[in-house]
Design a binder for this molecule. Sequence first.
Ligand code: SF4
Length: 506
Amino acid sequence: MRYGFVIDHRRCIGCHACTVACKEENQVPLGAFRTWVKYVEKGAFPHTRRYFSVLRCNHCDNAPCVAICPTVALYRRPDGIVDFDGARCIGCKSCMQGCPYDALYIDPNTNTAAKCHYCAHRLEVGLEPACVIVCPERAIIAGDLDAPASPIARLVAREQVEMRKPEQGTRPKVFYVGADSSALTPSLQAPAPAYLWGQRSEGEVDLVRMAAAVQALEPAGDGALSRPVYDAPHAPRPWGWKVSAYLWTKSISAGALMMAALDRVMQLARGDALFDTAAAMVALIFLALTMGLLVWDLKRPDRFHFVLLKPQWRSWLVRGAFILLAYGVVAVLWLLLPAAHHRLLVVPALVLAAGAAGYSAFLFGQAEGRDFWQSPLLLPHLIVAALIGGAASLVLVGTLTGASDTAVLSMAGFLAVALILHGGLLFAELGVTHANTDVARAARLITRGAYRTRFWGVSVVVGVLLAFVAIVLVPGGMVIGALLALAGLWVYEDVWVRAGQSVPLS
Ligand code: SF4
């Protein structure tokens, strides 16, 4: 059994009855929507046409929101409905990043995620979803796609149907009949700062301006004249500065112990307290900050322990939490054990430091709604970011605590090499051909759009070029170089997190 919907665009009159019925039936709060009707216009006067798109959760058979949810708050029922359990939700907003269709919102009353659940409570007493029974044109058809004799299965077999973003591999179960592709594909729509009957929120308008500036750099395509004239409001960027800061503090934490373990392997400055104790202390302080930021960013921080006690093991949020805990244990052992025993910890320290630095590549990879974050270079880039964070922080700590010249110089050497690698990866990630339009637009936002000043000015010139020159060419410039490298890394992490969320999903 696989419940799905067909939306017949040939019949829809854009009356919003489905939206209102859904809000009433499910007590959806003001400003949030489980289903909504978007109006898109195409053409130039007098040859114009308005299309109505009924948008909602697609109850995907391969649902990324279920895979990324750390606490099984989102789950697929045996009948194919993707349902949610607000009592388990911690408000991490990762489902909003995983869903390529903008289907989820945070309920302001409960601070937990919610979305269309196919009116499962009605289905269980033999009723159809509220949107289906209220539609005056019978434009919404619900039913079992696996029952060949059901009206929905016959409609899908008989008509030419379309899905939203089939290339995402989510196997959506909302099928559209008679839809214009520009009405279903946001990348074919011009950015609209205002609608027919209303203004957009300030955050949305900011994003629209940014998107318009980079779209103006593109050659006009087939969809150039299609423009949204009505839509529901959407959360502009679910993840903000706390997530960027978490990446930065995690780079420093993972890199610090990684450097101490590498010192053991390479016999750089054996016996120096910088590697025997200070590195582990830096690792633990920044690990505590990392975990604090993660909890602070939750909409339900009171439930943070659900990640450990009610885990969904496919989620990299859960795997990452356990990696960070194990890494913390090794850092504590490094601090407590006499230096002579550190050789026993070298392999676990290196493996777990790499894991702590790199697991976010898989977490951001599970955020399938954000194509820009799907880069295969993200994992090596996060490891290089840890090298920068670890080496730069130990240059600073080593200088402040009077560590040996050999120890500080070895860290400065690592930092210089890591900066070269970082520069190369920046070029490879942003300067080459991109997988699709959304990735290209996000990259262009960084290199030529709203983030260009921060990217070129701080991340590249200050954080790579000046930092490298200070470390390598200026006598005594290591401290300045380390500070510049850390500043550049922070700004790049922030720009990268923001740009990935700046391309509209619906
Ligand atoms: Fe619904 Fe989005 Fe989850 Fe698919 S990924 S089931 S559309 S919330």
